[in-house]
Design a protein around this ligand. Structure first.
Ligand code: CTP
Ligand code: MG
Length: 232
């Protein structure tokens, strides 16, 4: 095993709106973040898991999440920051430098499958020219470039993919990208964008739309229904 997972679970879930934060709400009988942690725990390439959470919820993660799961891999906690990017940077401090790859994942994506995690890691491992590989889904809607409410252009949607997680990188490349982002005051909405801006080549690994990020309250029922079809 040559990969460290960094699962970011330090957000407050404003759009979801539950006071417990969405990563802690129950999904098919377990706190939501359990599902992605289990998927990484089952991945043969993953040696270690870093869970990034708010310091005042660390005890809850230990008790309601980690101690309930009997995981095979060692898990360590890291303190989240003000933004997702800050949380990933904090998690990277707990990544052993002798693990070649780091897989960053949103705790809010409970439906990720172990095979998808392995496919992203394998993509980077097998191509020396790659700095990283991310799970992404082809755009199915027609996309519009809009200014105000006016359509400016209808780009060829075949060029557009929706970025998901995991996003897997060669460890030194992601560490360098986060250092550089801090130095330059750059805020990205994912990790790949930080690596891309340093000229790193990142490829997509085709995903399905199933790997949704729980963002709004209605997403929970969708995830529950999808999980049920997988378990049965
Ligand atoms: N995240 C984090 N630290 C932050 C912000 C986000 O670890 N400071 C994590 C979230 O817990 C989530 C993932 O990053 O697993 C994706 O972020 P998002 O879906 O935006 O979650 P929240 O920021 O919690 O939700 P919202 O933006 O609606 O407040
Ligand atoms: Mg957010």
């Amino acid at each position: 095993a040559d990969t460290c997972a960094v699962i970011v679970a330090g957000g407050s879930g404003e759009r979801f709106g539950d006071p417990r934060s969405k990563q802690f709400v129950e999904l098919c009988g377990l706190p939501l973040m359990c599902w992605s942690i289990m998927a990484f725990d089952r991945a043969p390439s993953v040696a270690r898991i870093v869970v990034v959470c708010a310091p005042d919820r660390a005890a809850e993660v230990e008790k309601d999440v980690l101690s309930r799961l009997s995981l095979a891999k060692p898990v360590v906690l890291a303190a989240s920051g003000a933004t997702r990017q800050d949380s990933v940077r904090s998690g990277l401090e707990e990544v052993p430098r002798d693990l070649d790859f780091v897989a960053v994942h949103d705790a809010a994506r409970p439906l990720v499958e172990t095979e998808q995690i392995e496919a992203c890691i394998a993509a980077v491992r097998e191509d020396r020219a790659l700095a990283g590989a991310i799970l992404a889904a082809r755009s199915i809607d027609t996309l519009k470039l809009v200014e105000g409410e006016t359509i400016i252009a209808t780009p060829d949607r075949s060029f557009y993919w929706a970025a998901q997680t995991p996003q897997v990188f060669r460890t030194p490349r992601l560490v360098a990208a986060h250092r550089s982002a801090v130095r330059d005051g750059y805020q990205g909405t994912d990790d790949a964008s930080l690596v891309e801006r340093l000229g790193g080549r990142v490829r997509v690994v085709e995903s399905t739309r199933d790997n949704i990020k729980i963002t709004l309250p209605e997403d929970l029922a969708i995830a529950e229904a999808t999980l049920m079809t997988k378990v049965t």
